[in-house]
Design a protein around this ligand. Structure first.
Ligand SMILES: [Mg+2]
Length: 254
């Protein structure tokens, strides 16, 4: 050993720490991890995911979620309430909140100093209008909405009603909308999720910001976990990046 290191784990949630049952082979032992809006279990932990969380917890690691979920969706997790006891990175990185669900003030200041949030709010609402007219004109069975909280408009979320055809329908829309977006937008797509992100909805930027806020020592250990290609930049902000085998990142390297 070369001395004690404090451990920080920055982790994506969906398809990294847990996933919906239909993404798992039948017969696997699972436990509920998150509920849907009606309070019904929607996402589940496998034994391996549960063991990984226990491993980090047993070493006293600080676990910081880095998720596309907004506050309400994040609050529907049913993992140990003490698991995420510090800052949380939500809404694809647009929001950094404290453990009470309040916007972290230094993050608000950072956003106000670096971005014209009102202008981006208008651009995102305009992007939503374009998305909705494309959905109508192409007769796609997709639903879309703007995600905002704490007065910060973060991203346009697009999902399919029918999960079986989600990826192909979302790809059609992605190809149509990509050229119609003003510069500065980024696009996240994985499975049944397509998101048009404002530049400050950046997991990478938020992770860098939180690492700086945590005032780590040079000997502390920072681990990142994620499954999406768009998670990769934030994994590179850590010492060790981990991804689930079979995930979008994994498939991207094949
Ligand atoms: Mg994910």
């Amino acid at each position: 050993m070369v001395g004690t290191s404090k451990i920080y784990v920055f982790t994506d949630l969906d398809d990294t720490l847990f996933q919906t049952q239909k993404k798992l082979p039948p017969g696997l032992r699972t436990a509920p991890a998150a509920l849907d809006k009606k309070g019904v279990p929607q996402s589940f932990l496998t034994s391996q995911q549960s063991a990984l969380i226990s491993l980090f917890s047993s070493q006293g690691a600080s676990i910081i979620p880095v998720t596309g979920r907004n506050q309400a969706a994040f609050d529907r997790h049913v993992l140990n309430p003490d698991l995420f006891s510090g800052l949380r990175i939500l809404s694809h990185g647009a929001i950094v909140s404290d453990c009470g669900g309040r916007l972290y003030e230094p993050w608000r200041d950072y956003l106000l100093d670096n971005y014209d949030l009102e202008d981006w709010g208008r651009k995102l609402k305009s992007a939503l209008t374009k998305v909705q007219s494309l959905i109508t004109s192409l007769s796609l069975r997709l639903r879309s909405r703007v995600i905002s909280e704490h007065g910060i408009v973060a991203y346009v979320s697009i999902k399919a009603d029918n999960y079986d055809h989600a990826e192909s329908l979302l790809m059609i829309l992605k190809n149509e909308i990509a050229t119609a977006l003003p510069s500065g937008f980024r696009v996240h797509s994985n499975g049944n999720n397509l998101a048009l992100l404002a530049p400050y909805a950046s997991k990478e930027c938020a992770v860098r910001f939180v690492i700086n806020e945590l005032k780590l020592s040079a000997n502390d250990l920072v681990i990142g976990l994620g499954d999406s290609i768009t998670d990769f930049p934030f994994l590179r902000e850590t010492h060790f990046g981990m991804f689930p085998i079979g995930s979008q990142i994994d498939r991207g390297f094949l």
